[in-house]
Every structure is written in C-alpha cells, then in structure tokens.
Ligand binder design. Structure first.
Ligand code: ADP
Length: 593
C-alpha cells in the first residue's frame, strides 16, 4: 500500500465522491456480511417454525417476513452500485491525472531522454501501462471497500451466533483456514508482479517494432524488408504471448486454491454441526456467514494480484516520472531584454551518453571556443558526424555542455529561463515536422498574437504562398501529419515561414541535405537572405552555394573547429574544405552530365 501513497494526493479534489463511495461500501458490506446471515438466522425460524414451538404464521406476517429478503438485497444492490460508480469515478480521475503528469513530464525531459528511449516503448508506457492501471482501478474499485466490510460483517454475525448458542462455538474453528490463505496470496502476488513487468516490457517492445515499421514505410518497400519486418513483429508478438500466458497462469491460480482451502473449513463446520446434533435451520445461517467471510478473502486475494500487476505498470510510469530533468530554468532567471545576439562558446565540450548512461569516449564537441558577433552569419561546414548539429543544439539548450559555457550577450545561457531563451532562437530544421492541422495552424504553431494577415505575409516572404494558394482550401487546407503531401522544398518553405513569423534574434538554419530543383533552391536562398538580415545566424551548410550568405565560414571536424575564414582563404589553406568543396562540385558536374 505504501507504494500507492504518493497517488492518494490526486484523490484530494475528489474527496466528496470518495467519501460517498466509502459510505456506500460500508452499507453494502454490512448488508451482505452481517445482514444476510443475521436475517436468515432471525427470519427463517419464524417462517418455518418447528411444529413444537409456535402456531402457523399468519398470511400478512409471512409477507412481512419474506419482504426482508428483497429489502436487504435492494439495500445491498443500490449501495453496491453507487459504491462501484463513485469509486470508479475517483479511480479514473486519478488515472487521468497520472497520464497527464506523464505526458507533461515527457514535454520537459531533455532530448537525451528521448534519444535513449524508443518512441514505441514510451508510447506503450503512456497508453498500455495506463490502460493496465485502468483495468486494475476498475476491478479493484469494485471490491476494495465492499469486501473488507463484508468480511467484518460476516465475522460479527458468526461471533453473535456463536455467543448465542454455545453449540455453535465450533464454527469459529472453521475460520482458522483463513490465515492459511495468506501464503498463496502473497507468494502468487509476488510472482505475478515480476511476470507482469516482463509482459509490459514485451508490450513496449512490440509497440516499438510497430511504430518503427510505420514510420519507415518507404524504406521497408524500397529495401524489400517486408519479410524481415514481419519476422521481427512475429517474434515480438510471440514473446508477448509467452509473457502474457505466464501472467494468466498465476493470476488465475489463486481463486481455485482459496476455494479448496475454504471448502475444507466449511466441511469441518458441517462435520462438527452433525456431531453436535445441531438442527439444519441453525446451520444454514452459519454456512451463509462462513461463505460471506471466505468470499472476501478470495476477492481480496484477486485484488492483491491485480495491484501487483498494477505496480509493474506504475514502475514503468515512474521511470518516466522520476527521470531527472537535466535541462531546466534556474530558480531566479535573468531577465532577457533587447537581445543583441552576441554568442560565445568558451571551452565547450559535449559527450552523448552511451547505452549504459555513461559519456561516450569520443566527445561530439571537444573544447571548442567560438564567438559570433551580433548580426553575423556564420556557416558551419564539415563531414557528416563532425558535430555541427550538436553545436547548434547547444544554443536552444537541447543539451548543456558537459564542460565549458555558452554565453548570449555575455550571460551564461543557463541563467535565462528556458522559455525566454527558446523564444529568442528560431530553428529551421532539415525536415520540419508538420502537425496534422491546417497550413495556417502549421505556420502559427500555437501563437495567438499573430493575425491571419501576418501568416500570409510570412508565407509570401518564404515563397510558400505560391503553392498554398493552389490548395483547394488555401490556408485552411489540412496538411498530413508526416507532410507527405508536400515536397522537400515546400516543407522547407513552411519551416522558413515559421521562422519569419517567430522573428527571433538568433537563427539556426539547418539546410536540407537532399537535393532541390533549381527553382526551389533559388527561392529558398532568396527567402534565407531576407530571413537572416540583422540576425545572428548559425548556418549548417550542406550546399556550398549557400556559403555566399555567410560572413564567415567555419570548418568542423571531429568536434573541433579546424579552420575559420572566407571561402577563398579556406579553399587555399584548408585541405578538408577543399576536398569537401571539390567533391560537391564534382557530383554536380557528374549529375549535369
Ligand atoms: P553533424 O551534424 O556534423 O553530422 P552531429 O552533431 O549530428 O554531426 O554528430 C556528432 C557526433 O555525435 C557523431 O559522432 C554522432 O555519431 C554523435 N551523435 C549525434 N547524435 C547522437 C545521439 N543522439 N546519441 C549519441 N551520439 C550521437
């Protein structure tokens, strides 16, 4: 139970339905555990009087006695219904809060967390594990109050009956079997928890295979990977099946075990009753009360199992909820006003983590020093893996330097609030993500201050208006989630429009690697020229033709800046630059042939 304490706080806003559920549960439990056997004990002898005791019962008296049955069941039924309804209301509310908290946490976690965890597995944690919790909440909600109260009620009825008739004292003996049930409940519960964890992990792997497959639909077809993918999914699905069957094996073992143990208790009671010559109408309420005390034990055992399975899911959710938020705003952030855009990297190193959470041996950025003047456009060139994207990612604090500092206008980036910092950096990625929304919404990205007119203006600046106007619904046309309706060039123009709208003083332009047709290339370069005006720009250049935009060119290799200068200087003095430059033009000439 201790494990669940942190979640009880989520119940606070729903205390009224929770108290209502508790009350209804108590009424239900009392009516079942105590009411039913006690009524049988009191009413049966009056309905079926022994011939030697009293005269025959009158018609209306009989009706009155018999009416006790539907009355007790009605009380039990109505209170039971409201108990389940209200407790489930609270349970599902708590669950919704947990799911929201996990989602909220996922927004705040550093990118490194997302790189480390497979998207499908995270998806499965947020959806499948919370669904597992939901099942638990619903099933446990049915019994968590009703059954313990029923148990106490039935025990009370048994004690009352035993006190009244000393011949019945033996029945208390038949309760001895109840503690015996604790052993299988505990053992099976623990076994179930490890199996449930495994099952949820397998569910995560299966979702990961599926989500990878869906996002690689093109590659699967192009490389004839259908059979390989089918095998991967089949294996994952078989592993899930095996893990699931193990859970089923243990989850359903408990009920028959407890039934067998308690049947021994009941038969001991019947045996003793017969030996003592107790009459049938005295034994029946005892058997009902015994049943009413065994049944909750069985159900509570089931709850125990369910809760153990839920713990497995909670553990997986806690992995997310407890993951450290390494990229956060300082407690008292420095105010950011009138950003000039002067950027300095001072002795900056950065290493990604390997699979074991340790820093990689070779850093992606190694002891780098660099200054960008306000309003300057600096192009980064270098082979793939040189560290260009990692360097650019330090500006919006996608990751913080492992060593050294990055300054904006002389202030360490970590002293600003994350919101202010990210508001002042606009990123034009290689392949922008399009939300499943209209063109307008995709350019606005949630900004509410900008008008429709401004959206249209920035689209014009980015040359996106040309193709948007051709859509049947213009700016109201919905774009698919993956942007498959737009060409690479069109996607980039949308990304540029977003950056125009954001109008941030610092700009990161990550040029697309894929080739563009000449018309797209010219338009994008034109848009970029307008965009970078007056902004401090870091341009990750993949096409040397873009270098004309830069005031300075830096050559990066193995996490270091190995040369800095103009095109002519670099072409003359830097071997790597000359090699990269010539090979690109070589390719272009070959293409042209
Ligand atoms: P570039 O942008 O110049 O191609 P990157 O900055 O992407 O280079 O990569 C620099 C180095 O960091 C490379 O060796 C790359 O393998 C490594 N790297 C990049 N991203 C990650 C990541 N998420 N996890 C681990 N290593 C990474």
């Amino acid at each position: 139970m201790k494990r669940l304490f942190p979640y009880f706080q989520f119940l606070r806003p729903h205390w009224l339905p929770f108290v209502g559920a508790l009350l209804c549960g108590v009424i239900y439990g009392a009516a079942s555990g105590f009411g039913l056997p006690y009524m049988i004990d009191q009413v049966f002898p009056r309905i079926f009087p022994r011939s030697d005791e009293i005269a025959e019962v009158g018609l209306w008296t009989l009706v009155m006695y018999v009416a006790w049955f539907p009355a007790v069941f009605a009380l039990r039924g109505v209170s039971g219904y409201f108990n389940v309804y209200l407790i489930n209301y609270c349970g599902v509310k708590v669950l919704e809060k947990i799911r929201l908290n996990v989602f909220e946490k996922l927004q705040r976690l550093p990118l490194a967390f997302h790189h480390k965890n497979r998207e499908g597995d995270l998806l499965s944690r947020v959806m499948a594990d919370t669904t597992q919790l939901q099942t638990t909440v619903l099933q446990v909600g049915n019994d968590i109050i009703k059954q313990p109260v029923t148990f106490v009620g039935a025990m009370t009825a048994l004690v009352v009956m035993a006190l009244k008739d000393e011949n019945l004292a033996f029945i208390l003996l038949s309760l001895v079997v109840i503690p015996l049930c604790v052993f299988p409940v505990r053992r099976i519960g623990n076994m179930l928890m490890t199996r449930a964890l495994r099952m949820q992990e397998e569910a995560g792997s299966m979702t990961a295979v599926l989500s990878e497959n869906l996002s690689a639909a093109r590659e699967v077809r192009a490389f004839n990977l259908e059979d390989r993918e089918l095998n991967r999914f089949r294996e994952s699905s078989e592993d899930f099946f095996t893990a699931r069957m193990k859970v089923i094996k243990y989850a359903h073992l408990l009920t028959p075990l407890i039934e067998i143990i308690t049947a021994v208790g009941v038969s001991a009671a019947i045996f003793q009753a017969s030996r003592k010559g107790v009459h049938l109408d005295t034994v029946i309420p005892v058997i009902v009360a015994l049943y009413m005390s065994y049944e909750p034990v069985k159900k509570l055992g089931g709850i125990h199992n369910q809760i153990k399975q839920a713990f497995a899911s909670l553990d997986r959710l806690d992995d997310i909820l407890d993951a450290p938020e390494t990229i956060v705003s300082p407690p008292a952030p420095k105010e950011m006003k009138d950003v000039r855009g002067e950027i300095t990297f001072e002795g900056v190193s950065y290493s990604y983590e390997n699979g074991d959470g340790e820093p990689e041996d070779i850093p992606a950025i190694a002891n780098l020093n660099l200054s960008l003047k306000a309003g300057e456009t600096v192009a980064l060139v270098g082979p793939s893996g040189a560290g260009k994207s990692t360097l650019a990612g330090l500006l919006p604090r996608f990751h913080d330097p492992s060593e050294g500092k990055v300054f904006l206008d002389g202030v360490d980036l970590r002293e600003f609030s994350l919101k202010d910092l990210r508001d002042s950096v606009a990123l034009v990625p290689q392949r922008p993500f399009l939300f499943d929304a209209t063109v307008r919404e995709n350019v606005l990205l949630g900004q509410t201050e900008q008008t429709d007119l401004e959206v249209e203006k920035v689209c014009e600046l980015a040359y996106a208006d040309e193709f948007v106007k051709e859509f049947r619904r213009g700016y109201e046309e919905r774009l698919g989630e993956d942007g498959s309706r737009l060409s690479g060039g069109q996607l980039q123009r949308i990304a540029l429009a977003r950056a125009f709208l954001k109008n941030a003083p610092i700009l990161i332009l990550d040029e697309a690697t894929s080739a563009l047709d000449a018309e797209n290339e010219d338009k994008i370069r034109d848009a970029m020229t307008k965009l970078i005006e007056g902004k401090t720009t870091l341009l990750i250049a993949h096409r040397f033709s873009s270098l004309k935009l830069a005031h300075r060119i830096l050559v990066m290799d193995e996490g270091k800046i190995i040369a800095d200068g103009s095109h002519d200087e670099l072409h003359r003095e830097c071997d790597l630059y000359r090699k990269l430059y010539d090979s690109q033009f070589g390719i272009i000439h070959e293409d042209a042939d």
